[in-house]
Design a protein around this ligand. Structure first.
Ligand code: NAG
Length: 414
């Protein structure tokens, strides 16, 4: 009887555990995806909207596993999908997707955004406010990182920790996990690459503790680690040692004519006995107290926000990119509250196909090399110039991004 009850209890708690694993949005890009995603008209009037290609790409582990890929160079891309409004209060938020840069990306992003409230998806663009922006960003040699930008009270904040991203031409899974205890993790291919606290790794709130601005170094605080030895005395006659002496080896030249050349004097040389002005030798200062530091006090401007991690009205997931060179393929977009579920999805998709994809990629590379040998050599100089221009434009963008108050989007190489 008791064991029966136990079995029932276990079965019950198991079913509760399963039921509580909430998938808020999952898009594997199968037929019908176009009904769920809205292509924005942003940049349409300038004829700068790039087309998405529904494809598994040039190399893949499963030709039937398609995603959406940017297909035109020098174009803007903005697309979004809506899901039932969701608050992550008291829940773990997991945001995950896979991305493959088939174009050998030398400058561009592969990030996605979560947006809140009500937006006009037809107008979704670089200026549309977002809640979270997450994913890889590559530009030249200087930028190869994972962005994790959090909006807090209408201001975008970049993560302060460096998180390197993948730079090859294969599929990788990026996962952002945000927990109710205000900790986070960033995973690439199911491996944790960074973790920490919202309080420490973003400047969302003013610091909890600050140096006491009122504190002053006490007058008698001795910061000198070494002092001249008071016991040390200047040897007698020390100051009488001349700096220079007449060269004892110098001889008056034979053809020296006193009448014509004046009286001969021997040249002087530095005195090897001379040791500079006398200084007492240094000893450890017995009164040394170390470098003075202002004491830390509670920051009066700090007001804790127990809901720091909460996004009360998440409602859309979107991609908003400027691409110089197209070929970025997104797939398996997931918003859920269970890291285990996300991990399994990555295992079932990316992990299952990664070896076959790598083999297909190697094959494609081999064929490319063979074709290049047949063809005329390409003008690689012109390509290099291009890449440099892109890098400069992107760096300018990074600057404005660091001025976090001005972050609204991340493309605008206009
Ligand atoms: C879409 O992708 C496939 C596979 O890479 C490619 O063969 C095709 O040309 C692409 N279509 C467009 C319109 O870019």
């Amino acid at each position: 009887m008791a064991s029966h009850f136990l079995t029932l209890a276990i079965a019950l708690s198991l079913s509760i555990a399963v039921a509580s694993a909430g998938v808020i949005f999952e898009e594997r890009f199968q037929d019908g995806w176009e009904n769920r995603w809205v292509k924005s008209d942003w940049k349409k009037d300038e004829n700068m909207v790039g087309e998405w290609n529904f494809t598994s790409g040039k190399w893949n582990g499963d030709p039937n596993d398609k995603g959406i890929q940017t297909s035109e160079d020098y174009r803007f891309y903005a697309i979004s999908a809506e899901f039932p409004e969701f608050s992550n209060k008291d829940k773990t938020l997991v945001f995950q997707f896979s991305v493959k840069h088939e174009q050998k990306l030398d400058c561009g992003g592969g990030y996605m955004k979560l947006l809140s409230g009500d937006i006009d998806q037809k107008k979704f663009g670089g200026d549309t406010p977002y809640s979270i922006m997450f994913g890889p960003d590559i530009c030249g040699y200087s930028t190869k990182k994972v962005h994790a930008i959090l909006n807090y009270k209408d201001t975008n904040h970049l993560i302060k920790k460096e998180v390197p991203c993948e730079t090859d031409q294969l599929t990788h899974v990026y996962t952002f996990i945000l927990r109710p205890d205000a900790t986070y993790s960033i995973l690439i291919d199911n491996e944790e690459k960074q973790k920490g606290s919202l309080y420490k790794d973003w400047d969302l709130l003013p610091a909890k503790k600050i140096k006491d601005p009122e504190a002053k170094k006490p007058e008698d605080w001795d910061e000198n680690e070494y002092i001249p030895d008071p016991e040390d005395k200047k040897p007698e006659g020390y100051d009488d040692i001349p700096k220079e002496i007449t060269d004892p080896d110098a001889k008056k030249p034979e053809d020296w004519d006193d009448e014509e050349d004046g009286e001969w004097t021997a040249p002087t040389i530095p005195n090897p006995e001379y040791n500079g002005p006398w200084e007492a030798k240094k000893i450890k200062n017995p009164n040394y107290k170390g470098k003075w530091k202002a004491p830390m006090i509670e920051n009066p401007d700090f007001k804790d926000d127990p809901d720091l991690y909460v996004y009360p009205s998440l409602k859309y997931v979107g991609v908003e990119l400027w691409q110089v060179k197209s070929g970025t393929l997104f797939d398996n977009v997931l918003v859920c509250d269970d890291p285990e579920y996300a991990k399994n999805l990555a295992e079932e998709t990316w992990a299952k196909h990664k070896e076959a994809e790598k083999a297909a990629f190697d094959e494609a590379e081999k064929n490319k090399v063979e074709e290049e040998v047949k063809d005329e050599p390409v003008d690689s100089d012109a390509e290099d110039d291009d890449a440099e221009d892109e890098e400069t434009a992107h760096e300018a963008l990074q600057c404005s991004e660091n001025d976090v108050s001005s972050i609204s989007g991340h493309q605008s190489a206009e």
